[in-house]
Write a protein that binds this ligand. Sequence first.
Ligand code: FE2
Length: 238
Amino acid sequence: MVTLEPLGKDLFVVDGPVVRDMGVRFNTRMTVARLRDGSVWIASPVQVSFAALAEIIALGPVRYLVSPTPRHFWRLNAWHRLFPEAQLFSSPITPITLKKGDLPLAGILGEPDGGLWAPDLEQVQLRGIRWLNEVVFFHTPSRALLVEDVIQIHERQPGHHLRNALVAGGGVAAPWGGVGRDIRLTFRDKAAARESIEQILQWDFDKLVVAHGPVVTGNARETVERAFAWLDRRSGGR
Ligand SMILES: [Fe+2]
């Protein structure tokens, strides 16, 4: 049975069901942080077992439900019904935001007052990218970087040769994964994107949580640096 997997101080992940997006199968993962005021912050909630739900409720009151990427907005619906008093936040709404119905958002991530959860969580909005305006978080107590869609790590699936070839050609194959070639094409201002990445790499993270792929507990910094090497970051830059 899938329950909460602790990743460090006050941070947990829970794996959800496999979903399809644009015809591709994705594994799913949500991230749960217990903030220092005792409340619970959840990014990209997924369908979970009653056991996992009970564990989350035991952590503290669920106060924040967050979609850091336009492609996970729809996932807020079910959890808004479970926790109607929780505040909802989304990355900037774009033409690729996967919405279902109208949800009462408390705010858009990346606005000037976005540091709502500091010092537990810091955030940077990826800039220079068209539509996939993801907001990347750094959970300081666990030193984990939280990324949703922009970096993906797809493991080989025995017998699925075409799928494996597409994954490898797309630049997102395990062990390093990366930014998919289709997503790279949507970066229209590389200088702005580089600036965002430099901000992210200034955080002292040693773990990487991606929504689609295994959690990275070793070489996390190298994984992120490799993922964005195609942006021609300054050599020697942090
Ligand atoms: Fe996703």
